[in-house]
Write a protein that binds this ligand. Structure first.
Ligand SMILES: *[C@@H]1O[C@H](CO)[C@@H](O)[C@H](O)[C@H]1NC(C)=O
Ligand SMILES: *[C@@H]1O[C@H](CO)[C@@H](O)[C@H](O)[C@H]1NC(C)=O
Ligand SMILES: *[C@@H]1O[C@H](CO)[C@@H](O)[C@H](O)[C@H]1NC(C)=O
Length: 505
């Protein structure tokens, strides 16, 4: 496919005077072109931004690997309580011939919805896509039965997720009545730990937090609220660590008490913490097409095609780990290979003179001007990895004991190139990538495929709900709202169901 493009430009160069350029243009076959994704079933799959994909196919049945000659056009037709169904539609062109289409509806609901996909005025694939039932906005309170929700969303089973299975294997039966008090006693050290206890009962959410810096509980509040709008949550309770470092360390005390079950955004090889998708990727999922600038869909917009990228490794970030400073040394020694700078000094403030000056933040999209992206741990795992994998550059990832919920499914040299923890092989790995450009491209495209299968908004919802459903089955003590818990306001602007039961306790 790459070959085809280059023959094409070769022809164009040689015969430019006698051959019209368009003779060389490959035509899109609107019937063979493929359109798929959860956004085609907006009545079943409710997300903040609905999305689906288009991949252009030519007359010969080959998928395009570059931007097709004309633009696709998408419309959402239908009626809302205020007349015509209004929507916000956004086409994200990836450089491989495929396009992400995402949209949100402005009204609380639309009915008689039809999704129309056209190319050069012709309908594409099975367009128009007729949606049978009412389409509700994600802001509406419309919970579905949880099992049904998991089926509609094609969520993988617990057993099919390595990390979930592994994380839960130490917690087959959890008796919170027996451990609650000691758990809080063990971790309630206000200066270093921030921990919240959540109880979900009858679709209502309650919490109590411990520690000083509990502002991050807003992320879990919003997550539970959003999940509760789309699905009936099981009655359950859990503790979530709001800090960076995993808490439930292996060895020591835990050998006698058994590990305490604690959910965390970052896991580590030496802890029992149960990982959930990070607040970062969850927030960008919940705010997709909303107030976040960077999300897993928008980052796929290909502004820098592979061949235009600079063949250097790029890094920007704060000084949250010694290796990041070591990288600055390396970049100074090899300016032709690495462009790295620190954006903020905090942890090693007294070394700012040596490793500075600090540089202003640049847009994350600008990172992808460079062919190789360095993913180096910060305090814990660097939560940018999902976006780096989606962005169309080759990821060089530092080996690490820390991980997010999806790392166990990543395969070195398939989805990224590993680099040693002490960075001693960074230069060697950049040289390897420069000398193996085809391999590098394959890895980049496998990384994007990984993102498409594991890290899109639907998957982030799936992971939470699959985990919570399973978690609830493991609790053997009764789920009760404790007297000093605060009740959270479930936020929604409209409703297609009875409101949650008002009084409890
Ligand atoms: C669009 O369609 C017209 C005729 O229907 C055709 O002549 C033209 O080549 C098409 N353009 C593209 C870019 O496919
Ligand atoms: C859970 O722990 C409490 C307190 O130790 C105990 O009374 C109760 O029997 C336990 N429940 C089960 C099902 O083991
Ligand atoms: C490093 O990257 C920044 C951001 O793209 C760029 O402005 C700067 O010129 C680069 N430095 C070098 C030495 O190439």
């Amino acid at each position: 496919m790459v070959l085809r493009t280059s023959i094409c430009s070769l022809n164009a160069a040689i015969f430019i005077l006698i051959l019209h350029l368009s003779n060389c243009q490959i035509q899109v076959d609107v019937e063979k072109t493929v359109v798929w994704g959860p956004g085609l079933k907006p009545d079943e799959v409710v997300l903040p931004a609905r999305y689906f994909f288009i991949h252009a196919v030519d007359k010969a049945g080959n998928k395009f690997d570059s931007v097709p000659p004309a633009k696709f056009d998408v419309q959402i037709n239908g009626n809302s309580p205020h007349g015509k169904c209004r929507s916000n539609i956004n086409l994200i062109e990836r450089n491989d011939g495929s396009i992400i289409v995402r949209y949100s509806i402005s009204a609380d609901w639309c009915e008689q919805v039809e999704i129309v996909v056209r190319y050069n005025n012709s309908h594409v694939a099975q367009s128009p896509y007729v949606v049978r039932n009412k389409v509700y906005s994600e802001r509406c309170y419309c919970p579905q039965d949880l099992s049904l929700w998991l089926i509609h969303n094609n969520c993988p089973a617990v057993d099919d997720d390595k990390q979930m299975t592994w994380d839960l294997h130490s917690f087959k039966r959890v008796n919170f009545s027996a451990i609650r008090e000691n758990l809080v006693k063990r971790y309630n050290s206000p200066e270093s730990v921030s921990l919240c206890h959540y109880v979900v009962k009858n679709q209502q959410i309650w919490r109590k937090c411990y520690g000083k810096y509990t502002g991050f509980s807003m992320f879990m509040d919003r997550t539970l609220s959003a999940l509760g709008r789309v699905a009936y949550l099981p009655d359950m309770e859990f503790y979530i660590n709001l800090g960076d470092w995993p808490l439930s360390k292996k060895g020591g005390q835990q050998r006698t008490s058994g590990p305490y079950p604690i959910f965390s955004w970052c896991g580590s090889d030496d802890s029992y913490d149960i990982t959930l998708p990070t607040y970062d990727i969850t927030e960008s999922t919940l705010e997709n097409m909303g107030r976040v600038m960077l999300d897993i869909l928008s980052v796929q917009k290909s502004e820098y095609p592979w061949d235009t990228k600079e063949e250097k490794a790029f890094f920007r970030g704060r000084d949250s780990r010694r290796e990041r400073l070591q990288l600055i040394d390396l970049a100074r020694k090899h300016p032709d290979m690495i462009n790295a700078s620190i954006t903020n000094f905090f942890f090693f403030r007294n070394e700012e003179e040596k490793y500075g000056p600090k540089v202003p933040h640049i847009s994350f999209m600008e990172f992808f001007r460079y062919k190789y992206q360095l993913n180096i741990d910060g305090a814990v795992a660097a939560y940018r990895l999902p976006y780096l994998l989606a962005g169309g550059s080759l990821v060089l990832k530092q080996e690490s004991n820390y991980y997010e919920h999806f790392y166990s499914k990543l395969v070195p040299y398939k989805h990224y190139v590993p680099i040693k923890r002490d960075l001693s092989d960074v230069i060697e790995k950049i040289e390897w990538a420069r000398n193996n450009d085809m391999r590098a491209r394959e890895i980049v495209s496998a990384a994007r495929e990984f993102v498409d299968n594991n890290l899109l908004p639907q998957h982030i919802y799936c992971y939470h709900l699959t985990m919570f459903k399973e978690w609830a089955t493991r609790l053997i003590s009764p789920v009760v709202v404790l007297p000093d818990m605060e009740k959270l306001h479930l936020s929604y602007t409209c409703s297609c169901k009875e409101h949650p039961i008002k009084d409890e306790l």
